[in-house]
Design a protein around this ligand. Structure first.
Ligand code: ZN
Length: 142
């Protein structure tokens, strides 16, 4: 278990130091802040024919928040809107410490499983997922 935790921490730090999909390209986006931690994140997505073709992010915050935006962009880009919304719900359930079926579908996002033990950090891990969820439900911060 300890090795698994170390592995998870390594993945999180890797994404924090070398974020994937960072930098906005001008697609519709949603901007969210988490004042209790100082996280400030924007998620944008290129939606076409029911597919989330590309997800990008920008902003600043703690390692949990920034790495989570990177993992989200990499894990969910290219999937259908329907599938992405399903995986977002799955992620929330996992973060709350709930039982999740087929949790391997979350791919690298599984590394945030341990966050359920730190309720104060849940917002950090989910903020980019909340922004994407709003975006897929039609919000767009011009
Ligand atoms: Zn944070």
């Amino acid at each position: 278990m300890r090795n698994l935790e170390n592995l998870y921490r390594q993945v999180i730090m890797e994404h924090y130091k070398n974020p994937r999909h960072k930098g906005l390209k001008g697609y519709p986006h949603v901007h969210l802040k988490n004042p209790s931690c100082g996280d400030d994140i924007t998620i944008e997505a290129d939606l076409k024919d029911g597919i989330v073709k590309e997800i990008n992010h920008d902003g600043s915050g703690c390692s949990i928040c920034c790495s989570s935006a990177s993992v989200l962009s990499e894990t969910l880009s290219g999937k259908s809107v329907e599938k992405v919304l399903e995986l977002i719900d799955k992620f929330y359930e996992m973060i709350k410490g709930g039982e999740v079926e087929n949790e391997d579908e979350l791919e690298e996002a599984m590394v945030y499983q341990g966050v359920s033990l730190f309720p104060a950090r849940i917002k950090c891990a989910t903020i980019s997922w909340k922004a994407l969820e709003r975006l897929l439900k039609g919000e767009n911060d011009e």
